[in-house]
Design a protein around this ligand. Structure first.
Ligand code: SDX
Length: 428
């Protein structure tokens, strides 16, 4: 049967529709499986299961291809900027000059947070993790914009997107200043997106931070490369929360929490601590590779491997070049970069990594660049979240635009205790 997969259970055959994506991906539509067969599927980690169709981002993991709304990531990295790519992801088209000007202006006009929001920072201990503060403050932010909290109120979306994209920087910078015990530095309307973030992080009342243009450009590229990545863990979390009818702020706050995980967005911090462990311990690269392969060892090659990419992550390629540029501009000599390179070379030659198609991913080099710029390790995942925000907003919109949208509610196979009767406590 053309365009049908046949599932046979005992003697019964069930035809299941085959769906083909615009890039030729094939999927078996099992949305009627349970009603037809009484069976559900089981796929822990959803490695083989598509949660939805989507028009936002395409990844071909075997070929190492990443496209945002049909544009190759290499093309965008060479020609575009983070704010323009954010517009493309959220609204589906590259903006005209006027659209980009208006969007940039909204970002500038919405950079301040309500003065009362600053009081929330005093409630955090000085060493609170910035990702904890970020997710909390995004929800707190929604209390000051009730008109944007109603998911039915779609006409305010541009405002909500611009407010979130702009204020996430201010929240991030203020949480950093709070951890240092330094006064908050307000956004500067004359600085572009990334330069304004660095200004709020690194300026002090008596000395304004002047950002080297190439450094701002490198960080802008890092954010662009992180802007979306189809149904990754944090984006799937945003979509799951959005499917319940939750507003944009609470969906994004949930995405921040998922991104924090060390197997996901937290890996960029993990890469630096791994490289530091190797450097400070004077560990031999070959030994590290053996430890990474040893199932009994805790050591994992952070920044390596990916659920989808079974080829070199195209983002890692671009970031590896950026690392060279940033290091030479800053005349920055970091032994961790040499260790990273040697680790990569050794792993790519090793059959364990080759057989499992484990390559460097986006996190392998991004942390080294942020570290060279002076961004503290515990802010790395915050910058990842700032970069990923446009993708999360785009997916939140896609869930809300779906006329056939349903609340996400996976099934399970129960393997626990079967029928039991209550036992009074004196008989236990
Ligand atoms: C991100 O999904 C996305 O798109 C995420 C992301 C995005 O933009 O949103 O790309 C961002 O999260 C990148 C990934 C960052 N995480 C890390 O760098 C952490 C280290 N990597 C691994 O933990 C792992 O590779 C994952 C989590 C990334 C992927 O895990 P999978 O798909 O569940 O793969 P797996 O754990 O089943 O690994 C398959 C095999 C196993 O060995 P075997 O059981 O077959 O013998 O590969 C081994 C794993 O032990 N393996 C590794 C390894 N990664 C996988 N062995 C050593 N070091 C590693 N890093």
């Amino acid at each position: 049967m053309k365009n049908k997969a046949i599932l046979q259970i005992d003697e019964q055959k069930y035809p299941l529709p085959i769906i083909t994506g615009s890039e030729g991906e094939k999927g078996i539509d099992i949305s009627k499986l349970r009603s037809q067969t009484g069976y559900v599927t089981l796929d822990p980690g959803f490695a083989n299961t598509g949660s939805s169709t989507s028009n936002i981002t395409f990844i071909d993991g075997d070929k190492g291809i990443l496209k945002y709304r049909g544009y190759d990531i290499e093309d965008l990295a060479a020609n575009s900027r983070f704010v323009e790519v954010a517009y493309l992801l959220i609204w589906g088209e590259l903006p005209t000059t006027e659209q980009l000007r208006a969007f940039s202006e909204m970002l500038t006009d919405n950079a301040l947070i309500h003065e009362n929001l600053k009081n929330h920072f005093e409630g955090f201990p000085w060493n609170a993790h910035p990702m904890a503060m970020l997710s909390a403050m995004i929800n707190a932010l929604s209390c000051y914009h009730p008109e944007l909290v109603d998911p039915e109120n779609r006409k305010e979306e541009l405002k909500a997107a611009a407010r979130l994209m702009s204020k996430i920087r201010t929240i991030a910078a203020f949480s950093y200043k709070m951890s240092l015990g330094e006064p908050f530095i307000y956004p500067d309307p004359n600085r572009r997106y990334v330069a304004n973030l660095l200004h709020m992080m690194f300026s002090v009342p008596h000395q304004r931070y002047e950002c080297v243009p190439e450094i701002a450009k490198a960080l802008d590229k890092i954010m662009m490369l992180h802007a979306d990545h189809e149904q990754n863990c944090s984006t799937s979390t945003v979509r799951m929360v959005a499917s319940a009818g939750s507003n944009l702020f609470s969906s994004i706050s949930a995405g921040v929490c998922a991104l924090w995980g060390n197997l996901h967005g937290g890996a960029n911090m993990g890469v630096i601590s791994m490289l530091k462990q190797i450097h400070e311990g004077g560990m031999d690269i070959k030994k590290c590779i053996e430890m990474a392969k040893d199932k009994n060892s805790e050591f994992r090659l952070m920044g390596f491997g990916h659920r989808v990419y079974k080829n070199y992550d195209p983002r890692a390629k671009i970031l590896k070049e950026q690392a060279d540029k940033v290091f030479s501009i800053l005349k920055h000599n970091d032994p961790l970069l040499d260790i990273a390179r040697n680790l990569e070379e050794a792993a790519l030659k090793d059959s364990y990594f080759q057989d499992r198609k484990l390559y460097p991913n986006v996190d392998f080099y991004s942390g080294l660049i942020m570290r060279a710029v002076g961004i503290p390790t515990d802010m790395f995942t915050v910058l990842f979240a700032i970069g990923r925000l446009p993708g999360w907003i785009a997916h939140w919109r896609e869930v809300n635009d779906d006329p056939n949208g349903r609340i996400s509610r996976p099934r399970q196979i129960y393997t626990g205790q079967t029928q039991r009767k209550y036992i009074p406590i004196e008989q236990r």
